[in-house]
Write a protein that binds this ligand. Structure first.
Ligand SMILES: [Zn+2]
Length: 722
């Protein structure tokens, strides 16, 4: 019993260490040396740039005001700027969209030098729902303070430095794409700063191919690490994107930094400057400054070199290996562990028993994930909300932890040390082949375990196993903590699977422990009890509110209020406008309530067709428009305000996100001559007057997010046959 709960305490301690022990730099005050990055100076610049802290989406008056204040800051530092104003379109095959807007980038000539410049990037626009203190006010502040520090350093020879304060990032990376299209042949490398939250470590989460030189530069240039070669692999599957995407797509070297803690604030009214963690801003700035300096002086071969596998430990160490070593080393540790197994004399243990032991790690992983579904399901059922632990994750976290521990205890008795470590080494081999960035998560612990197992063939195995378990737990329990920070416990699979990966190394330590039955029963009881408690807690709070937009929609002379299709609509809101009991599909999906007759003129478009080309002269005033096309229209490309944009994949939505879009001429180049219908929507931010009362009924535990509350006017437009 003592061994079981002693090891449980060790695992809990390592979780605490991963959450609390992550090493972050000290936030420097206003009097820090001029050549250093100072949080206090960056924060003061951010306060000036954000001014009244209002949302400033692309095309808004507020966005122009923010740009004016950025330009003023730069002028104050003696940095020359110019504006780049363009209609820009980007086709995103993943979402079947082409997104356009008229963007206004600010370009700053920071330092002169020899060769192609280093590009520093952050976006100046915010979403419509929030003031963008973190996203990407923090990036703007990081750039301004980095520029100041670079100017303050005695002019050492190196590449020139330019800075891009891009526009329209939130509307589809439009500003950065426009800039990169034109400047890509004249850039040496880029550094981007963006966020997905307001706190936590500044992760180096994305790099260009052949990043060995860049990672070495980071390792030598900064004092606190937060990076891993797995993050680029994960990022591919995340719905988020940043301005570094067009940089990497153009084949340029680049690195991307972001902090991701307190994701509840992301793209909501909570994303204010005062909610930004000083340490996060400091680390983001230290990273930007170090990379700017490093890239200025890097040899060309350092910008594009071999690959690395790497992984930071608690922000203090950054072990790394050349990518080419991943497979041979993984094979080597597998062989060493197998040899240790063959040399180990088994006093008892049948062949069947040994085969069963090989299954235990797999059963632990599967059982842990399955347990996660059961416990999360129980909490969600109790709560009535799809993400019951959103506001108070501690109870579901405890529940999942006890649940995974119960599964671990069940699998431990038939486990075997060699089988467990062979499994880990086999995963290292599989990763080295198919997912190289993930290799260190298996290879690094195996590198510790393999020699220890070989050295303890004749005894002392217990101590060896304990030592080998420590790196596995540090790496994997740390990964579980980061996964939770990134995705919450709504994606409990990430949490349970990572925890179980670390616990594979603990299985053989538990094999001969006493008190299995009682401990397992206790763990299961605790898991289910805490799941119910998690479900009884309020799912949302004012610090972690539900995302709930309201819309006013008009179509064919009628008007509706539409609330987002959340699992359970707050009662006060439902009562305020008699929203439907179930989600309906108007042109906008959600809970629907009648709002009388239409009060605005419907958007319109004059249509002319010449063969496969359909030209629309739009009359759709507002903050932007969108066009829904049927797939059979087979959009090939479009010409908008004279700018040509290719459609990638099957496009069914075209957006144009600035006020000028409502008066624009757009030609769709189609793959069909048949007639069809399109849906034209004009959008404007906010709701008409009676909607203000509705907004008041939105409880404090709910907030608008992303594009926010909106007025949408809809008209169907017939496109004749060619
Ligand atoms: Zn952003």
């Amino acid at each position: 019993m003592g061994r079981i709960w002693g090891l449980a305490a060790l695992v809990a301690g390592i979780w605490l260490l991963s959450v609390q022990g992550q090493s972050l730099p000290r936030a420097l005050g206003p009097d820090a040396p001029a050549d250093q990055f100072s949080w206090a100076r960056a924060d003061a610049a951010l306060a000036r740039v954000l001014g009244p802290e209002r949302p400033h989406p692309v095309g808004s008056v507020e966005a122009a005001a923010v740009r004016g204040r950025i330009t003023k800051e730069l002028a104050g530092m003696g940095v020359a700027t110019h504006e780049q104003r363009r209609m820009s379109c980007v086709s995103e095959a993943r979402w079947h969209q082409v997104n356009c807007a008229t963007v206004t980038n600010i370009l700053a000539d920071v330092l002169a030098g020899a060769g192609k410049p280093v590009l520093l990037m952050a976006h100046s626009d915010s979403v419509a729902a929030g003031p963008g203190g973190g996203d990407d006010g923090s990036g703007v502040a990081v750039l301004l303070e980095t520029i100041r520090a670079l100017k303050a350093r005695s002019a050492q020879p190196g590449r020139p430095v330019v800075a891009l304060f891009s526009d329209g990032e939130e509307a589809g990376l439009l500003g950065a794409s426009a800039y990169i299209r034109e400047a890509k042949d004249n850039i040496a490398a880029a550094v981007n700063a963006d966020v997905r939250g307001d706190s936590g470590a500044s992760f180096l989460f994305q790099t260009s191919r052949g990043d060995a030189g860049l990672i070495e530069m980071y390792a030598k240039g900064v004092s606190h690490y937060a990076t891993s070669s797995i993050s680029a692999e994960i990022y591919k599957y995340m719905p988020n994107d940043t301005d570094l995407t067009p940089v990497l797509a153009a084949g340029l070297p680049g690195v991307n930094f972001a902090f991701v803690g307190d994701v509840a604030a992301y793209h909501t009214p909570l994303d204010r400057r005062e909610n930004l963690d000083p340490h996060s801003l400091q680390e983001q700035g230290d990273n930007m400054l170090a990379m700017a300096e490093g890239l200025r002086r890097a040899a060309p071969e350092q910008l594009r070199s071999g690959g690395l596998i790497y992984l930071d430990i608690l922000g203090r160490w950054l072990p790394r290996l050349p990518l080419e070593w991943a497979l041979p080393l993984s094979l080597l540790v597998f062989v060493v562990i197998a040899v240790a197994g063959l040399l180990t004399p088994y006093a008892h243990g049948t062949r069947v028993g040994q085969l069963l032991a090989l299954l235990m790690p797999i059963l632990l992983l599967a059982g842990a994930v399955g347990m996660g579904f059961v416990l999360h399901g129980l909490a969600a059922w109790t709560s009535g909300h799809e993400d019951p632990s959103y506001a108070t994750p501690v109870w579901l976290r405890l529940s999942l932890a006890f649940g995974v521990w119960a599964v671990t205890l069940v699998m431990a008795r038939r486990s075997n040390a060699i089988a467990c470590w062979l499994f880990v080494a086999a995963l290292a081999i599989a990763c080295a082949i198919w997912l190289p960035g993930a290799t260190p998560y298996f290879l690094f612990p195996s590198l510790v375990a393999a020699p220890l197992l070989l050295a303890t063939v004749r005894g002392g195995r217990g101590v060896a196993l304990f030592i080998a378990a420590l790196p596995a737990l540090l790496i994997w329990i740390g990964f579980a903590a980061i996964s939770e920070q990134l995705m919450g416990l709504g994606l409990h699979e990430m949490f349970t699977l990572s925890a179980a990966m670390g616990l594979i190394a603990v299985l053989p330590l538990l094999r001969k422990a006493a008190g299995f039955g009682l401990s397992t029963a206790f763990s299961l009881a605790a898991a289910f009890l805490f799941a119910v408690v998690a479900g009884l807690m309020p799912a949302y709070s004012s610090a972690a509110p539900q995302r709930l937009n309201l819309r006013y929609v008009e179509r064919e002379g009628k008007a509706w209020w539409v609330a987002d299709s959340v699992h359970r609509l707050p009662e006060a809101l439902r009562a305020a406008a008699h929203f439907s009991e179930t989600v309906q599909r108007l042109p906008v999906t959600g809970y629907v309530a009648p709002a009388g007759v239409a009060r605005y003129p419907a958007p319109n478009a004059r249509v002319t067709r010449q063969g496969m080309d359909v030209t629309l002269a739009l009359d759709a005033p507002g903050d932007g428009i969108s066009l829904l096309l049927p797939r059979e229209a087979q959009l090939q490309s479009l010409t908008i305000a004279g700018v040509e944009a290719a459609a990638k994949g099957q496009v069914d939505t075209i957006t144009c996100g600035t006020p000028d879009c409502g008066r624009i001429q757009m030609t769709l180049h189609l793959g069909t001559s048949t007639p069809f219908e399109i849906v034209l929507r004009s959008m404007r931010r906010g709701l008409p007057r009676p909607g203000v009362d509705l907004i008041k009924q939105r409880p404090p535990q709910a907030v608008p997010s992303q594009a926010g509350d909106m007025t949408v006017l809809v008209r169907k437009i017939a496109i004749p046959a060619a």
